[in-house]
Design a protein around this ligand. Structure first.
Ligand code: SAM
Length: 322
């Protein structure tokens, strides 16, 4: 059922920090099978999936999280079904383990996994609970990731942060589609954007992002809204499609770290038209093997690909409007 951030508020909201969660994990030496399960964990888990190698043991652990309430039940069923099908292709893929985490365990799990990260030349992404003395010239983003994707740990987030640092012109207006924790929007403001409009289709992400914007004292510069852009209507939360004028476009920059298919749909539905001439669109969330398809869609939309980067199996592209 669609639910706006405001509707969550009215229904005495469960915040990410106050809910109990279920940790879903598979630890195995069958690394290819684990890699094949990542898209399922990303699709059904909340806040993305983490695949970590266990040092020195030749095995890895794949994890995600689901709310331990009825809203998580369907996701749990779908994930179990997907894994059962995948086991036909990868018989060595073990059964997942489900572990209930009480709110305190959840907070602890995050705090242990998430530390200050230095990205690009000047950015420091600092967890909200950590005392941190910035170095001269450093731009600090204080973040409590809650459940929203965007801790800076994921390669695509890092790539977008580096590309924002390289391409964002100070004093300009930027649109961040799929803001998650708000990390890219807040970093853009820290890098000198005059105004940032940040959208997410997931009401929980909108709440997390608004909290993080306030944590950084950037309410005047970053506006977070529940919604999507044309082409993004096929989202699981029923988020509304917002219009260019209502959001104060066109923009000098757009960043979209989602997945290949939504990015392609948004480009085809006219996202390049949301840029001023000379404006740049930074996109990631797709795999290196999907890059040519996304690049082709850039060109069809009148965007020249002016830079590409990759990290692990992930790619990012920068397109400039002629
Ligand atoms: C991969 S995360 C990126 C988060 C953050 N921008 C970062 O770079 O770390 C993608 C985000 O896009 C949101 N999203 C997915 N489909 C969407 C759509 N159609 N419209 C708007 N947001 C969407 C998800 O809720 C999620 O928060």
């Amino acid at each position: 059922m669609p639910s706006s951030p405001e509707a969550l508020d009215e229904a005495s909201p469960p915040t990410p920090e106050s809910l109990a969660w279920v940790e879903v994990s598979i630890a195995s030496t069958a690394l290819e099978a684990l890699a094949a399960a990542v898209p399922l964990f990303e699709r059904w888990g909340r806040g993305g999936a983490v695949l970590e190698e266990v040092p020195g043991e030749g095995r890895a652990c794949l994890k995600t999280y689901l709310p331990a309430d009825p809203s998580g039940e369907r996701a749990r069923e779908e994930l179990a079904l997907g894994l059962a099908l995948l086991q036909r292709l990868y018989p060595d893929l073990p059964e997942p383990t489900f572990r209930r985490l009480e709110p305190d365990d959840w907070a602890e799990a995050w705090k242990q996994a998430y530390r200050t990260q230095h990205i690009g030349r000047t950015l420091a992404i600092v967890p909200s609970w950590e005392a941190y003395a910035p170095r001269p010239g450093e731009r600090v983003v204080r973040l409590d990731p809650g459940l929203a994707f965007g801790t800076g740990l994921h390669e695509t987030t890092r790539l977008c942060l580096e590309l924002l640092e390289a391409h964002l012109q100070p004093g300009t207006r930027l649109l961040d589609v799929g803001t998650g924790s708000g990390i890219l929007a807040i970093a853009a403001a820290a890098l000198g954007a005059a105004q940032v409009v940040a959208l997410d289709a997931d009401p929980l992400a909108v709440r997390a992002a608004r909290g993080n914007v306030a944590r950084n004292g950037l309410e005047g510069a970053v506006q977070v809204q529940w919604g999507t852009v044309p082409g993004g209507e096929d989202n699981e939360w029923g988020a509304p499609v917002l219009g260019l004028e209502g959001l104060g476009g066109p923009f000098q920059g757009v960043v979209a770290n989602i997945l290949a298919e939504p990015v392609v749909r948004m480009l085809r539905a006219g996202l390049p038209g949301w840029l001023v001439p000379g404006g740049v669109l930074i996109a990631s969330g797709f795999l290196v093997r999907q890059e040519a398809h996304v690049a082709q869609t850039f060109r069809e939309g009148g965007l020249a690909v002016v830079e590409r980067r990759e990290a692990g199996e992930w790619a990012a592209l920068v397109g400039q409007k002629g």
